[in-house]
Design a protein. Structure first.
Length: 265
């Protein structure tokens, strides 16, 4: 299997994983998945976002870290802003202020991959992509975030590092993490000498049996054996922030991105 084929598999896995979360956005009675508004006025308006950061604080940001349920803006080890992924307005507005004007794409249902809802996607410098949802998914996220490069230029021209949990970046070799991860936290794509992987970096939202969100984000991740399949994976997968790889090199970091999810659209 060629690296190009593996990359295609990785892209397909990303699209499906992204759509798995969005696929639960349905109203009672079988309504279609919720679409992001054609004009995301609630996101792009000049109204104050829920998370407030001064221009001076924003100019000091040197790292954007994608965690399981938040996007964290940092200066060194200090947190400048913690953006919950339940807050689309703050996420898009602050990234606009930090990184400048994004490219913007409207997508129809399925354009982004299997189960992917219609929506508005914002991309900064080909490095950070945010899909804003009009209605939060069943696990609570109002945005889906993908990190495609290890850095991006700020509006002022400064280099901003882009990372996942524990400093994992696009381009890193995660062979040690793959070797250490339990089967429930990784999925292999491909065969032979070359493989692609999806690796759960940090567990996040976990729905209760009735579809609501638990207080403990690791509840589903730590499901007992009666709730797991033959591979040791939870029936609904372990949801959180994951890395996609080409062989053992990280190509995409995304959240939410469940591993071993088995629910259909």
């Amino acid at each position: 299997m060629t690296p190009r084929t593996l990359l295609a598999l990785g892209a397909a896995a990303l699209a499906f994983a992204a759509g798995t979360v969005g696929s639960d956005i349905a109203a009672p009675g079988g309504a279609a998945p919720a679409a992001a508004a054609e004009d995301r006025g609630d996101v792009t308006s000049t109204a104050q976002p829920l998370v407030r950061v001064t221009d001076r604080e924003l100019r000091r940001v040197d790292t954007v870290e994608l965690d399981a349920e938040t996007l964290v803006l940092r200066r060194g080890d200090a947190t400048v802003a913690d953006l919950p992924m339940r807050d689309a307005r703050s996420t898009v507005s602050l990234l606009n202020r930090l990184l400048g004007t994004p490219s913007r794409t409207q997508t129809a249902v399925g354009d982004g991959g299997a189960c992917f809802p219609a929506g508005t996607t914002y991309t900064w410098g080909g490095a950070v992509r945010v899909a804003a949802l009009d209605t939060p998914s069943s696990v609570g996220n109002a945005v889906e975030v993908r990190v495609l490069r290890d850095s991006v230029r700020s509006r002022a021209g400064d280099r901003i590092e882009l990372t996942g949990p524990d400093g994992v970046q696009v381009g890193d070799d995660v062979s040690d993490q793959l070797d250490a991860a339990p089967r429930s936290d990784k999925v292999s794509f491909g065969s032979g000498d070359t493989q692609a992987w999806q690796l759960l970096l940090e567990p996040g939202w976990a729905p209760d049996d009735d579809g609501t969100t638990t207080d403990d984000p690791r509840a589903e991740h730590d499901a007992d054996s009666s709730q797991t399949d033959e591979n040791g994976a939870a029936e609904q997968g372990a949801n959180g922030v994951s890395a996609l790889t080409n062989d053992t090199e990280v190509t995409v970091i995304g959240s939410p991105m469940p591993v071993h999810a088995r629910r259909s659209c």
